[in-house]
Design a binder for this molecule. Structure first.
Ligand code: UDP
Ligand code: MG
Length: 317
């Protein structure tokens, strides 16, 4: 295949159930769209038949590229691996494998690209997910908006069309813990949000475990906000000021009323409270230190086990 106009990057983790539906929708899209498209499928260490299905497809249809990672690196890293394979001249569409992000929206998003937007991100008008999950997502995005030092649009995931230029710039950002929607905002350029209805997952279950979701949220907070550190500083300052005020109060009381017995309960409360605050503060600082720790190691972000491009296994003839 010649250099495509558009790349579609899709990370897959145990998605054998939805695979055929996904490919059918993509193939239909490629047939109806008037620009050439190459799809980059990234297998994130699936334990089911996903990698095999991808290889079979990529070997017979050169419009599909298959990248298999050596283990499960997580959604954001799989996306990063996919972005690094991009060769499109125009733009890159990022979607999930489970068809929650309708690939057909490309048509609409691409019009904005042609109008000069470098990032066209899709904003979820409504989610078809459980009440608690929806509430958690909503609160997270609003919290992020309050504390982050860049403007990250609300209710927006990775589903977006980005120009090839922005894709290349993302590839040049070496950060280890990746929060792509934040990095995308940080880059700037002309960005616009387009509303869409987020579909239900077409098949299988969510591959985002609670642990992975928390990891993503933590990466968002600690990579794009200094608010937690500021909070500790302010809290510390407040503590010092109030303890001096309290000291003054006790001395004054003693001078005026003589020996006043102070309550043991109050003492215990303050002890426990500040023990807790100290642990929390250390934990918050630890989160930043942890990220520095991973960053200085300079490890590659991911390891590719197999790559099939233009119908051929790379590294072999
Ligand atoms: N995914 C991945 N690696 C993981 C977890 C998820 O590549 O460790 C992929 C998954 O196959 C899907 C996308 O990331 O294409 C979004 O995951 P999912 O739909 O399970 O998340 P949810 O929509 O439930 O937040
Ligand atoms: Mg999903």
């Amino acid at each position: 295949m010649n250099t495509p106009h558009i790349n579609i990057v899709i990370p897959l983790y145990n998605e054998e159930e939805v695979f055929q539906q996904l490919i059918d929708r993509l193939t239909a899209l490629m047939e109806s769209f008037d620009k050439s498209i190459e799809v980059i499928l990234v297998d994130d260490g699936s334990r089911d038949a996903t990698a095999q299905l991808m290889a079979d497809l990529a070997l017979k249809d050169s419009r599909f590229q298959s990248i298999v990672l050596s283990r499960n690196f997580g959604h954001q890293t799989a996306l990063t691996a996919g972005l690094q394979q991009v060769s499109a001249t125009d733009a890159v569409l990022i979607i999930d494998a489970d068809l929650q992000d309708p690939p057909e929206l490309l048509d609409k998003l691409y019009q904005y690209y042609e109008d000069g937007y470098d990032v066209v991100y899709a904003v979820r008008k409504n989610r078809k997910e459980g009440f608690l999950k929806k509430l958690a997502y909503k609160s997270f995005y609003r919290l992020m908006d309050k504390i982050s030092y860049i403007q990250i649009p609300l209710d927006t995931g990775d589903f977006s069309l980005i120009s090839a230029k922005v894709a290349n710039l993302l590839n040049e950002m070496p950060e280890e813990s990746r929060f792509l929607r934040g990095m995308r905002s940080w880059l700037g350029f002309k960005q616009i949000g387009i509303e869409y209805d987020r579909e239900e997952r077409k098949s299988g279950e969510s591959k985002y475990s609670l642990r992975k979701l928390f990891q993503l949220a933590f990466n968002g907070v600690f990579n794009f906000s200094e608010a937690p550190i500021k909070l500790i500083t302010n809290l510390g300052l407040l503590t010092v000021i109030s303890s001096f005020a309290y000291l003054g109060y006790v001395i004054a009381k003693k001078l005026i009323y003589g020996n006043v017995p102070e309550g043991f309960t109050g003492l215990l409360f303050v002890l426990v409270l500040f023990g807790g605050i100290q642990l929390l503060s250390l934990g918050l600082i630890g989160e930043y230190v942890l990220r520095i720790f991973f960053q200085v190691k300079q490890r590659p972000l991911f390891v590719i086990k197999e790559k099939i491009k233009n119908g051929k296994i790379k590294g072999k003839d």
